[in-house]
Design a binder for this molecule. Structure first.
Ligand code: WTA
Length: 577
């Protein structure tokens, strides 16, 4: 069936797009030129945080609002670029005084409060490496990440710091925990100078790291360099289409890559006034934010869009959403219904964008000036070569399914997997970076998403490795083994489903359906409490035995096929089952 096309020719443009013609820009774009759009130090140094904030202080943007913040309880604050400059300088002086040196890992474990953003900038200005921890993480997730990275300083608050009490003894490299909501901290920050000279880091110096999950093993630290700012700047300009007068709202949390690249770096380097909402998702509140702050550019995710759709078409009618000009989505497949809905209700189509923690910037996208094939992820960002290749890295013909692959060389390609060179190397095959996603390209050059080639789960747009959840389940005394899959779900994309093998006594007990339900609830809560609030299984099934390969690896693909009533496929490597 031919894709439906949303033609841009019929659209009355309010503001000329920064990228006026995709083909033309695609033909002429090069990163050398693009790198002139950020500011370099005379010695060839480049600092991403300096580019996000400090350089604006010398221009008319100095007193422009950089951050409009609304807290969970409706508190409101605004920061100009100058305010952010001063606050992040104080933070930089403070962490430097605590012993943070170039290359040291300084982690942030905070809700979306202004100090999160200021401390991130401070860490980069100081030449240290910022690590981000999503605020739903619990003990095990924290321990894995802080231990692997050897974090020296942790910036958190009183409530979240409680989750460290039991694990602190296992983190010998963690020298300081700063709790930002204490009088003591305020006093110390207050004493710091508002002046700090951002370190002229080398473009290849590490700037930030994020732990992310694959199929096997513990999460790994994906590390990005300062030079990535060149790509974040260019994509924010051409894909988010940020203009100087825009009010921009990206709903992502900085615990995930979108919240770093496009709520701190690319947006601010383009001088955008950016809205941050601390609170949780709420349809009423979200429409209210769009209306109250007159948001023009809005970057969000499919699960949130589906939840807004679920709240009914009358709700948005209560708000004046007419300032909206350009809306985008990322993180999971954007279903065509969501685009049809936005055209009907907001008068604008959502523009799908595809990328990953590892790619560091939007890599495939729909652009304001390019027709949308509804359901497609769009075309590669100019300057990024994308193709569909087989497992050996050979390109395959249009229309055929294969691995979505990118040609290395764009500035925000991950620079390392923290202390795991082999793992890093394993991403590259025959000169291509393999994303782990499957898709195809049509004859017009549009890319279409099919699914993951591995067992990574996306639930509500958040990336979760099955191994972490399985390990958390096994820590419960009733559990012998567990296999975890993503089960398709209309609202959340996928939900986590766990297949659990119980020890003898529990097995007896769960013959009583009430006891079975009780244990399922207990196991869900157990994962929530020990691993992460967002990574718990919403469905659990007790099972006698897990399908495994002869070498003992759990075959999640078989669990999934069974769950979906699909053929099981090649089982030649399967242990007797
Ligand atoms: C998935 C998020 C379909 C994909 C920025 C990818 C998508 C993973 C899309 C990366 C999209 C991201 N359509 N799937 N437009 N965008 N994904 O690292 O599976 O949290 O590999 O980065 O999300 O997730 P991550």
């Amino acid at each position: 069936m031919a894709a439906q096309i949303y033609s841009k020719k019929e659209v009355k443009v309010k503001v000329s797009p920064n990228l006026a013609d995709y083909q033309e820009t695609h033909a002429s774009f090069n990163w050398q030129e693009a790198s002139k759009d950020v500011e370099w130090f005379p010695n060839g140094g480049l600092n991403a945080a300096y580019n996000a904030v400090d350089r604006h202080i010398k221009t008319a943007r100095k007193d422009k609002i950089a951050l409009i913040w609304e807290g969970t309880n409706g508190e409101k604050k605004q920061f100009t670029f100058h305010d952010l400059y001063k606050l992040s300088n104080k933070f930089a002086n403070l962490i430097k005084g605590k012993g943070a040196e170039k290359g040291d890992r300084v982690f942030i474990f905070l809700p979306r409060i202004p100090y999160l953003y200021a401390s991130f900038l401070a860490i980069l200005k100081n030449g240290s490496i910022a690590g981000l921890l999503f605020s739903a993480f619990q003990e095990q997730a924290l321990l894995d990440r802080l231990a692997d990275s050897g974090a020296k300083i942790l910036i958190t608050n009183t409530e979240l710091s409680k989750r460290l009490e039991n694990i602190r003894k296992d983190l010998p490299e963690l020298k300081e925990i700063l709790t930002v909501d204490t009088a003591e901290f305020e006093a110390e920050l207050g004493k710091q100078s508002e002046e700090f000279t951002a370190i002229a880091t080398d473009p290849a110096d590490f700037a930030f790291m994020l732990y992310t999950s694959g199929t096997t093993g513990k999460p790994k630290g994906v590390v990005h360099q300062h030079y990535a700012i060149v790509a974040q700047h260019a994509t924010a300009r051409y894909v988010l289409d940020i203009h100087d007068e825009d009010i921009y709202w990206c709903t992502a949390d900085p615990g995930w890559v979108t919240g770093i690249a496009y709520t701190i770096l690319g947006n601010w380097s383009n001088g955008a006034t950016s809205v941050i909402h601390e609170g949780r998702f709420d349809p009423d509140k979200w429409f209210q934010i769009l209306a109250d702050y007159k948001v023009n550019v809005w970057y969000t995710a499919p699960t949130a869009i589906r939840m807004l759709m679920g709240a009914g078409d009358d709700l948005p009618k209560k708000y004046d959403l007419s300032p909206l000009r350009h809306i985008l989505s990322v993180g999971e497949p954007l279903n065509p219904e969501a685009i049809h809905w936005s055209i009907k209700v907001l008068g604008l189509p959502f523009h799908d964008t595809w990328w990953q923690t590892e790619t560091g910037c939007i890599s495939i996208a729909n652009y304001p000036a390019m027709d949308i094939k509804i359901g497609s992820m769009g075309k590669p960002f100019p300057g990024i070569g994308a193709a569909i290749v087989d497992d050996l890295g050979k390109t395959i013909e249009d229309g055929k399914e294969g691995n979505i692959a990118l040609k290395p060389g764009w500035p925000s390609m991950m620079k390392a997997i923290w202390q795991r060179q082999e793992k890093y190397d394993s991403y590259f095959v025959n000169g291509w970076y393999l994303s782990g996603d499957h898709g195809y390209r049509d004859t017009d050059g549009y890319f279409w998403f099919i699914g993951r080639s591995d067992d990574v789960i996306k639930t509500s747009g958040e990336r979760i490795g099955p191994f972490e959840v399985e390990s958390a389940l096994i820590a419960h005394p009733a559990v012998i083994e567990a296999g975890v899959i993503g089960k398709p779900n209309e609202l959340r994309g996928s939900i986590i489903k766990a297949f659990v093998v119980l020890e003898k006594d529990s097995l007896q007990k769960v013959k009583d359906p009430q006891e079975a339900q009780k244990l399922k609830d207990e196991l869900s809560q157990f994962v929530k409490k020990h691993l992460a609030g967002h990574a718990y299984p919403r469905e659990i099934e007790f099972i006698d035995k897990l399908p495994k390969t002869r070498s003992g690896k759990i075959m999640r693909r078989i669990l999934k096929a069974r769950e979906l009533g699909q053929p099981i496929g090649d089982t030649s490597t399967l242990e007797e089952y």
